[in-house]
Every structure is written in structure tokens, then in C-alpha cells.
Design a protein around this ligand. Structure first.
Ligand SMILES: Nc1ncnc2c1ncn2[C@@H]1O[C@H](COP(=O)(O)OP(=O)(O)OP(=O)(O)O)[C@@H](O)[C@H]1O
Length: 507
């Protein structure tokens, strides 16, 4: 590689209760996209947080362009040319889009913020990234997760940088948005920016990156040219095991002909428009579609997390619709929902894995006297930790200190331990590594075998094709097509997702 050395890290070690980075040394070059690979909890984010000045290493050194680099905080790292886009959204939900983009750089005239200039400059940052439709006056928190992520990336790209760190940037992006991002990354690479890229989507890594570095259990395993490593080899390096004996599980149907839930005429504004479908017992129903197609909103309406304009949910063969005033009614009726944004909706970050896992099942854990049955609670949490292989010191570890993927495992576990009949999953494996994903698919299968019904929203079409009995497609708020496993094809599903809802017949 002829590109000059840009950033070197030497013997970095980071210790919390245990060592989470252990003597790691890596060279990053200018003008390269360097992917960091590793299972959930391998230490990828921690390494990046040290480079970005968000945390300090316990020992070890770094250099940027030959100069010693030991940032005290994010501002110091930015001054040296390092920008980071983290896994979780870090914008201030109550501020406008323009304020978030320009935070720390607010243009002022005579000591007062120049609003016109603020919006003008934010507009340029968004337009540059193809985000013409986002209003700079909009309140950031009112936009979808995908949009917020795009704004965060646009903000980082708008600041001059030599090193750009992206921690799972595409997890919440649609295919189109991801393509825009890749175009930009290629441009930045040509301009000599060094890009550090974390993703669990190996096809993306293969396509985009020049080199990969693999971390396992906090240790450096190897750096390779991406072109020299195929997908299976990447997984082997990450897990330290051979994939040869880990072929995917055979698909088995557990679908019965008894209806578990019927949704009729569900509507809310322009987001969800007259959606009707049913799901049987033992069925795994996938919902495909582009980001913004209304899939998350549909689940939220069924779960009564938002109020529908019209529409009804019927359970089993009942002819009277259920009226859920809020999610607690839905839970009482046997529904469970795993939400997309674990930080906002799913987890209590300051509480332990144990408390979070059993949170939704508390009624089952109370003894006659009203005390929580501690032993049963611990047992339940321990069982889930084992089956999901959550990487932690113990079930008493605070969820906020787990790696992103491991937090997601707890969010999924919390609902899996509940004795629900109908599970609504919104992007259940977002940020989860390849091996853990397999285990979650197996848990889906177990649930279906127990005649539970699953509705799975996922942007990862491969995931739906692998796990589901049927795939319904949403586009612009409408349910536009539905395909049984026996007659689906990727092309048909993609076509339906991209088609205008008025031109496609429901299959
Ligand atoms: N503040 C903290 N206190 C204790 N442990 C922590 C803290 N922050 C991180 N860890 C631990 O460090 C380890 C590495 O976490 P890190 O977030 O770097 O993993 P990762 O490779 O980015 O994983 P993922 O793919 O899930 O994002 C994890 O086991 C995590 O629990």
C-alpha cells in the first residue's frame, strides 16, 4: 500500500472491570477505507471512542501524521481532524435540524446567533448529501431514525476531517441512503481522508473497504487486504471457529391454519393507509419495504404505541375487535413488541441485564406475598444470557455499559422470556453479529414451533427470506403485495417495494 500512514495506534489497552482492549496495534492509511470486524463486544467501538477522544485508554499510544496524539476529549480529537459518527443517535432531539448540524459552530453577528446564516449553512450541508427534502427548521426528534442518522452523517461530513470514523452507519439507512453514503465515502477516500468503518454487514465491507482488521475478545487478530478474504473467512476470523460445520439451519414450517391476529383497515395520516392482513398461529410473517414505507408505524399502531385514525385488531377467531388504549393493554392481550431504537424505547440503560430481561415479565415473577422471586428472576436472566451468548461480566452488569449489539440482545431477550402469543419485531437483529443472528433465527423457529405468531419488520431482505413463511411488502404506507415462501423471488419483492402503491395489486 503506497498511501501514507495517517494514524497509528500502539499497544492500546482499555480496562473497565475487565480488559476490553488488550494490547492492540493497528496502522490506518490516508485514502483508505479500513473496516473493523469483530463479534458483538469485541472492542471495535471502544477502540474508535479512544481515537475520537470520547474515552481514554488505560495504556498505549497513538500518532496522527507522525505527531503524538492523546485527545483529552472529543473537541481535542476534532481539532486534530478526527470526526466520529457513533452507533447510537447523538443529536439533541429537541433542537432543530439546523442547530444540530451547526452545534459548536453557530454563526453569530454582533454576539447574537445569525438565524438566516444558520439555516443557509445547514441547507448546504444537507443538499450536498442529497437530503433536499429535510427541512432545516424541523425538530430533529420528530424525524425517523433513518433520517436522523443521515443528518448525523451529513454533520460529520460537513466538518473538515482527516480521519472519519463510522460505527455501523448503515444500520438504520435504506438501500438508497446507503448508496448515497458510499458515493460520498469514495469521494472522501480519493481526497485522502482515512475512513474507519464498522459494520456487521459483510457484503458492504467486502464491497467498500480496502483493508480489514479483525478484533476478537479485545485482541488484535489480523489486518488483511479485503480482496484476499471472502465472507466465510471473515466470519471464521471473527469467531475463531471454522464455518464449515455451521451451515444455516434448514427451514421448517410450523404454520397452522388457525388465525392468531387479523388487522383491518389500519390507518394513520399518510404513514399507514388502510392496511389489512392476518397472521396465523405458528406463522412467521415478514414485512419488507423501504425505510419510510410505514412498517414501524404499522407495528406501533397494532401495539397501541400510537393512536390509529381508524382500523381494528381482532385476535384469534373473535368477531369483536380489541380496543387497546395503550401498550399495556396490548401486552395483557398477549402481544409483545421489540422496538427499533433500543435507546429510546426498549431498555433501561442504568439498570442491570437481570432487571431489563425480566422487566416485561414481572407479573410472572411476583410471589403470592408480592415479593419478586429473586431466584426465578436470576434463573430467567441467566438462561437468556446463555442462549443469546450476551457478552458481559455477569447479569448484574449495567445495560448501558454493554456493547451496542449486546444491548440489542437484551432488548430481544426481554420479550422472548415473556409468555406472549404474538411477537412484533422491528429490526430485531440490527447491529447484531453474524453468529448471534443465527441464534436469534433459531429462537424465532422455536417460537413458531410453539405456535406463537411472529411479525418481523426488517430492512435485511436476506433475513426475511431465510426465516419467514410469508413476506408482505409495504410501500408509501400501503401493503402492496404478499408472497408465500413457495412463490417468492427477491426481484418480485424488490419491485413491489419500489413500485408506486397505486400500481401494484395485493397478491
Ligand atoms: N463503560 C463501560 N463499563 C464497563 N464495560 C464496558 C464499558 N463500555 C464498554 N464496555 C465493555 O467493553 C466491551 C467492548 O465493547 P465495544 O462496544 O467496544 O464492542 P463492539 O465490538 O463495538 O461491539 P458491537 O458490535 O456490539 O457494537 C464490551 O464487553 C462492553 O461490555
Amino acid at each position: 500500500m503506497s498511501d501514507p500512514l495517517l494514524l497509528s495506534v500502539r499497544n492500546l489497552t482499555k480496562r473497565y472491570a475487565v480488559k476490553v482492549l488488550d494490547d492492540v496495534s493497528i496502522d490506518f492509511h490516508a485514502g483508505e477505507i479500513h473496516a473493523l470486524l469483530g463479534a458483538n463486544g469485541a472492542g471495535k467501538s471502544t477502540l474508535c471512542r479512544i481515537i475520537a477522544g470520547l474515552t481514554r485508554s488505560t495504556s498505549g499510544t497513538m500518532q496522527i501524521a507522525g505527531h503524538a496524539f492523546a485527545p483529552e476529549n472529543k473537541r481535542a480529537a476534532e481539532a486534530a481532524g478526527v470526526q466520529i459518527v457513533q452507533q447510537e443517535l447523538n443529536q439533541i432531539a429537541t433542537l432543530s435540524v439546523a442547530e444540530n448540524i451547526m452545534i459548536g459552530r453557530l454563526p453569530a453577528r454582533f454576539g447574537v446567533v445569525d438565524r438566516g446564516e444558520l439555516h443557509r449553512r445547514a441547507r448546504i450541508a444537507l443538499d450536498r448529501f442529497g437530503l433536499q427534502e429535510i427541512d432545516t427548521h424541523a425538530i430533529t426528534g420528530s424525524l425517523g431514525v433513518g433520517r436522523q442518522q443521515m443528518i448525523e452523517i451529513a454533520t460529520a461530513l460537513d466538518r473538515d476531517c482527516r480521519v472519519l470514523i463510522l460505527d455501523e452507519p448503515t444500520a438504520a439507512l435504506s438501500a438508497g441512503e446507503s448508496e448515497t453514503l458510499f458515493t460520498w465515502l469514495n469521494k472522501l477516500r480519493q481526497q485522502g481522508v482515512g475512513i474507519i468503518y464498522i459494520s456487521h454487514r459483510l457484503d458492504e465491507v467486502a464491497r467498500l473497504s480496502d483493508r480489514i482488521t479483525v478484533l476478537r475478545d479485545g485482541k488484535f487478530i489480523c489486518t488483511r487486504q479485503t480482496a484476499d478474504v471472502d465472507r466465510d473467512a471473515m466470519v471464521d476470523l471473527m469467531t475463531g471457529e471454522s464455518t464449515e460445520n455451521q451451515a444455516g439451519d434448514e427451514y421448517v414450517s410450523h404454520q397452522t391454519d388457525r388465525v392468531a391476529m387479523r388487522v383491518e383497515g389500519m390507518s394513520r395520516g399518510r404513514w399507514v393507509r388502510d392496511v389489512s392482513f392476518s397472521v396465523n398461529r405458528g406463522e412467521r410473517l415478514g414485512i419488507a419495504g423501504l425505510v419510510g414505507a410505514g412498517r414501524t408505524e404499522l407495528l406501533r399502531l397494532i401495539f397501541a404505541a400510537d393512536r390509529a385514525d381508524s382500523g381494528a385488531v381482532y385476535l384469534n377467531d373473535e368477531s369483536t375487535p380489541r380496543r387497546f388504549a395503550d401498550p399495556s393493554d396490548a401486552v395483557a392481550a398477549g402481544l409483545a413488541m421489540v422496538t427499533e431504537d433500543r435507546k429510546e424505547n426498549g431498555l433501561l440503560l442504568s439498570q442491570s441485564i437481570r432487571a431489563n430481561t425480566t422487566l416485561a415479565s414481572m407479573n410472572r415473577l411476583f410471589s403470592a406475598g408480592g415479593w419478586i422471586r429473586g431466584a426465578a428472576e436470576r434463573q430467567m436472566a441467566d438462561r437468556m444470557r446463555e442462549s443469546m451468548e450476551t457478552r458481559c461480566t455477569s447479569i448484574e452488569q449495567t445495560v448501558g455499559t454493554l456493547s451496542g449489539g449486546n444491548q440489542q440482545k437484551v432488548a430481544v431477550a426481554k420479550w422472548l422470556v415473556r409468555d406472549a402469543d404474538i411477537f412484533l419485531f422491528d429490526e430485531p437483529t440490527r447491529g447484531i453479529d453474524v453468529a448471534a443472528r443465527r441464534r436469534i433465527y433459531r429462537l424465532f423457529e422455536t417460537l413458531a414451533r410453539e405456535e406463537k405468531s411472529l411479525v418481523i419488520v426488517s430492512s435485511d431482505l436476506e433475513e426475511l427470506l431465510e426465516t419467514c413463511d410469508r413476506i408482505a411488502v409495504m410501500s408509501a404506507g400501503r401493503l402492496v403485495a404478499s408472497f408465500a415462501r413457495s412463490d417468492w423471488s427477491t426481484e418480485q419483492i424488490m419491485q413491489a417495494a419500489f413500485a408506486s402503491p397505486d400500481t401494484v395489486a395485493v397478491g
